[in-house]
Design a protein around this ligand. Sequence first.
Ligand SMILES: [Zn+2]
Ligand SMILES: [Zn+2]
Length: 274
Amino acid sequence: MPPIIRLLMGLNFCSLSSGSSGNCYYLGNEFHGILIDAGISATSIRKFLKDMGISMQTVMGVLITHNHIDHIKGLELLTRKYSIPAFTTHKVWQSILSPQKKISTDCIRKIHLQEKFHLADFDIEAFPVCHDAPETIGFHICAGNKKITIVTDLGHICQTASQYIKVANLLVIESNYDEQMLENGGYPYYLKARIRSDHGHLGNHQTATFLADNINDDLNYICFAHLSKNNNTPELVLQTLERTFSNKGITLKGQPQISILSRNTPTEMINLNE
Ligand SMILES: [Zn+2]
Ligand SMILES: [Zn+2]
């Protein structure tokens, strides 16, 4: 069967870009899709989706986590050129909207924290996470019997976020920096402190420890997201994960499947029905 046909069947997830230079994730089935964040240009989003055989017309909305540019760079054009509705909380909208930002007002949709809403074939819930923006949210998305949780920018995993993370079948979670690389690297002290703080980003050890303590049979896929260009490598993420799991007596036997999301290129589509 040609790959393009296979991609359009069932529920699929992929990352178009993940990291401080741009975040954008796609979730869709054979009928509809949604984007999570628009941190790369709308032109790149359209091109990447087209390369996978997905038309922009099937994208029913974009969910926005917070106002940092690596999450909203393409938002203006997605709303103005493609009329794609954008969903986030009142507080996040307040931090995005300004006279300079030309978001199409017809596309502004306000959602409430921890209140389910329906979009295309998806039931979606936003929940708060700790990060240094006026408000930052993660998303928990249910499609049929599959549950997807996405948390890309957070300094620590609070009780609320952990409830959504623990029930996911597919988890997209930040693993931003290797603690040693950050410590020994050339960033100024204030920046190191910001990244490490409870409102900064998750380090490899932090993420791996949380996963080792909370792993369960329902978790089929883990996608490590938002890796730092200067303070991390995919190899270090995996090494830290293996070491942390082995210290706690856990062996990974191909379940859950693990992906490290690339910073600048789309990853292979994950079919959640397989
Ligand atoms: Zn970010
Ligand atoms: Zn951020």
